[in-house]
Design a protein around this ligand. Structure first.
Ligand code: FAD
Length: 443
């Protein structure tokens, strides 16, 4: 076995990614400090009723609210699938907890806090500490500049693991005529409760999991909800949605006008009060200075070997949690194990040139299949294969068969029962298998 070298490692963020990175790095023997600008762990899962001064979330001078959670949010994965492999997300009999299979957001926040207590992670975290600069200094070390209230402090680390999340910087749809359109605009990042939309005519752009939830939330109080979606088919699915008196599905918006009219590409037109952009987010690393070695280009963060290591800055700089359309906590856990092992020298990376060649080959495959750059980190077609690859690198078993099957079953169930998939299901046998497996990790 290769000698294990402990490193000093700065982790940015205490979302699920930063927490599991902290645990895995310390387990490997590294000296870990986790920086968190807020006063709680949980990242996305810290619900904040406050919305930003700019509801579109694009004014650079706004005070940023990190989380994009809305009050009614329940998980879109069953808890058995969603939890870390080595710390299953099981219902507990503690008071005021939510035992449902698809629990409300507060339950995930509590689970992450349980994780912190279980592994004593709090002692590694410096709260109220924002990382404002990360850059390479001599001998491959990293300078990390911290903003603590009015104070600025520079510290030096062997490595930095970036876990700052990517659901905070809104991406906005470009709409011809929007400058003269008189209505309000908001991004789902700043959506919390439906009440402000009472009796309004709302245009909601998007078709993600949040778009589906939010449209139903709003339909309960709004006068009309019109969903503009890029992914609608030309086969007659457009029009009034079954089961609703006040919700319609349209193609994308063609343009908007001074008199409040919104015209859709399918020819329909509606006079609307609000446009709600459920159009996703941008990767954003305002603190990172790599002299251009790592850049964000059309939402591709690169070049990164396996979505984690920049070939020519590895292993000192790494990213946890960039992939999309994945099972996040499990993926973060495996990425973190790999980073921890590589940093200690127990696991070995290919040469920088080989890593870069791998990334370039990956980009060429995307191009050849017509996948736009902005979907570089979308792992929908190989989400488990990716985690299995990482697991194999780390000498861990592949993703459990029950988890893969349960994910598929839940996805199918969501299509069959879009309104009730969180409360009705048929995969009871898989739940039993999961719980049998959890026995290994639960004392
Ligand atoms: P985050 O949770 O965003 O944490 C990042 C942390 O970094 C934050 O605490 C932030 O304060 C801190 N930070 C950022 N910048 C700095 C800085 N410069 N200095 C110091 N600290 C900093 N996943 C699921 O598995 N199931 C679901 O049902 C699900 N639903 C979701 C619903 C919504 C609306 C959204 C937005 C996401 C959902 N996700 C879901 C995905 C979810 O984001 C991930 O599961 C996961 O919580 C992301 O963790 P993270 O650590 O990558 O980032």
């Amino acid at each position: 076995m290769r000698p294990v070298t402990p490193r000093s490692v700065a982790v940015i963020g205490t979302g699920a990614g930063g927490l599991v990175a902290a645990r895995e790095l310390r387990r490997e023997g590294h000296k870990v400090v986790v920086f968190e600008r807020e006063d709680k762990v949980g990242g996305t899962w810290v619900y904040n009723p406050v919305i930003e001064s700019d509801p579109l979330g694009i004014d650079p001078s706004r005070k940023v609210v990190h989380s994009s959670l809305y009050a009614s949010l329940r998980t879109n994965l069953p808890r058995e699938v969603m939890g870390f492999r080595e710390y299953p997300f099981v219902a507990t009999n503690k008071t005021q907890r939510d035992p449902r299979r698809f629990p409300g957001h507060r339950e995930v926040f509590e689970y992450l806090n349980d994780y912190v207590s279980e592994f004593g992670l709090n002692e590694l975290v410096r709260f109220g500490t924002e990382v404002s600069y990360v850059g390479l200094v001599e001998e491959g070390k990293w300078k990390v500049r911290l903003r603590i209230g009015e104070d600025r402090v520079d510290e030096i680390y062997d490595a930095v693991v970036v876990c700052n999340g990517h659901y905070t910087e809104p991406r906005i749809a470009e709409i011809p005529g929007i400058d003269v359109w008189p209505g309000k605009q908001i991004h789902s990042h700043n959506y919390r409760v439906p009440e402000p939309f009472r009796d309004q005519v709302v245009i909601l752009i998007g078709s993600s999991a949040s778009a589906a939830d939010i449209s139903r939330d709003i339909a309960a109080v709004a006068k009309e909800v019109h969903i503009a979606s890029r992914s609608v088919k030309k086969d007659g699915t457009l029009g009034k949605l079954p089961g609703y008196e006040n919700m319609w599905l349209h193609s994308m918006i063609e343009n908007v006008h001074e008199d409040g009219t919104v015209v859709f590409k399918d020819g329909g037109a509606v006079c609307a009060d609000v446009i709600l952009h459920c159009t996703g987010y941008k990767y954003y690393f305002p603190f990172l200075d790599t002299s251009g070695i790592v850049a964000v280009d059309d939402n591709r963060v690169g070049p990164l070997y396996k979505h984690i290591f920049p070939p020519f800055l590895a292993p000192g700089l790494s990213f946890v949690g960039l992939p999309l359309k994945v099972v996040p906590f499990l993926l973060f856990e495996c990425q973190s194990k790999w980073i921890a092992g590589v940093l200690s020298g127990r696991l070995v990376l290919p040469s920088p040139e080989e890593m870069l060649a791998d990334v370039e080959a990956f980009y060429l495959t995307l191009e050849a299949s017509g996948v736009p750059k902005r979907y570089t980190h979308n792992l929908a077609d190989y989400r488990f294969k990716y985690v299995d690859w990482l697991a194999a690198e780390c000498g861990c078993p592949p993703v459990e068969e029950w988890r893969k099957e349960m994910f598929l079953e839940a996805s199918k169930n969501k299509l069959v029962r879009p309104e009730t998939y969180r409360d009705e299901w048929d995969d009871h046998h898989l739940v039993s298998q999961a719980h049998e497996d959890f026995g290994k990790y639960l004392s």
